[in-house]
Ligand binder design. Structure first.
Ligand SMILES: NC(=O)c1ccc[n+]([C@@H]2O[C@H](COP(=O)([O-])OP(=O)(O)OC[C@H]3O[C@@H](n4cnc5c(N)ncnc54)[C@H](O)[C@@H]3O)[C@@H](O)[C@H]2O)c1
Ligand SMILES: O=C(O)C(=O)C[C@]1(C(=O)O)C=C[C@@H](O)C=C1
Length: 309
């Protein structure tokens, strides 16, 4: 049990905040945790399940005397929440967030914060397709990355303290520049979600033709798409609207590659398809060999990728 902050305030009480709360309790990281969510139903549910030591009826009450304030709301409302709480922050408070996009959050939040406060944007790379106060669990961040953007805060001791806090929640912490973060996550998270949303939409259109066969006989790959496409619509709307440039850049490249593959199929260019899939398989194997995905089902005994020819 290592207490890192006396008082932590969670604003927004969904998957990410509730997982932080249970993780803080597991490791004894905070003396007291206050919480606030905009919806009265969410606050009621949080009180019923013991989510937070105190559930407040306003964000301003929740942040009073908090040493750490964590903004766990959709990316599109971070700025409005920051404006509301700013005058009520404790002297020297640290503000962080968990938003999936970083440059837009910094743009929206920073101007509202008083000089005495320190803003350290963050992003835990962990989640599920579930949302709301019941969705959280203490293990969500175990052995996952949490990226911190350090250049908004001039106090290295507070960056160290927040790093220890996330490590206490089980995460591995690294620092990254906001623009770079948005490009990397555009490739690894945002574009894949958009593709999953699209693919499930296409299947839904087809379903009308084939009368439910698409869903009934869906194999594992498509089922994974449906899991991802079940993610919260508000959260993902805000991600795309706030990481516009990187998403459009990646989608442009994606479309070019898709057209090339489409052409190879139409013209019967088997060599092109085989070379392409050989290259992508090597990437996957490289990740496994580097030990970066030990969850992989094709990670064989003795730490070697399983040959499946
Ligand atoms: N779900 C994921 O996989 C995941 C992973 C990493 C980061 N994130 C980021 O974490 C943040 C929260 O996501 P989540 O999955 O916990 O969402 P969620 O939908 O489970 O929870 C969001 C909470 O914010 C509350 N809220 C919305 N608007 C509010 C406002 N104006 N004031 C106060 N509360 C408000 C909602 O009532 C809800 O309690 C988002 O910014 C998201 O981009 C999500
Ligand atoms: O596992 C999932 O369901 C997720 O989509 C989690 C995921 C991701 O893309 O990896 C989603 C959004 C985040 O900002 C971070 C993590």
């Amino acid at each position: 049990m290592t207490q890192i902050y006396n008082r932590v305030a969670l604003i927004g009480l969904g998957l990410i905040a509730s997982s932080m709360f249970w993780g803080m309790k597991r490791a004894g990281l905070a003396g007291e945790v206050t919480g606030f969510a905009r919806s009265e139903d969410t606050r009621k549910r949080a009180r019923e399940i013991g989510l937070c030591d105190v559930v407040c009826d306003s964000a301003t009450d929740a942040v009073k005397d908090a040493d750490l304030v964590v903004l766990c709301v959709p990316v599109g409302v971070m700025g409005a929440v920051a404006a509301e709480i700013a005058p009520h922050l404790k002297q020297g408070a640290v503000i962080t967030d968990v938003g999936s996009v970083k440059a837009a959050v910094i743009r929206d939040v920073m101007p509202h914060l008083p000089d005495h406060a320190c803003f350290i944007p963050g992003h835990p790379l962990a989640g599920t397709e579930h949302s709301g106060p019941d969705a959280g669990f203490a293990e969500l961040y175990d052995n996952r990355w949490c990226l911190l953007i350090s250049d908004c805060c001039e106090n290295p001791a507070e960056i160290d303290r927040l790093t220890k806090f996330w490590e206490g929640l089980g995460a591995n912490v690294e620092q990254m520049d906001a623009e770079h973060h948005d490009l990397v996550l555009g490739v690894t998270s945002h574009a894949p979600h958009l593709i999953a949303y699209t693919m499930v939409g296409v299947a839904d259109d087809l379903r009308r033709v084939t009368d439910s066969e698409v869903i009934k006989y869906s194999a594992a790959g498509f089922r994974d798409f449906t899991r991802i496409a079940a993610s919260d619509p508000t959260m993902w709307r805000d991600v795309f609207l706030n990481n516009k440039e990187a998403t459009l850049e990646i989608l442009g490249r994606f479309t070019e590659e898709l057209f090339a593959l489409q052409r190879a199929i139409r013209t019967g260019d088997g060599d092109m398809l085989h070379d392409y899939f050989t290259r992508t398989r090597a990437i996957r194997r490289g990740i496994i060999e580097a030990g970066q995905d030990t969850d992989a089902p094709d990670f064989g005994r003795g730490g070697k990728p399983v040959e499946k020819d």
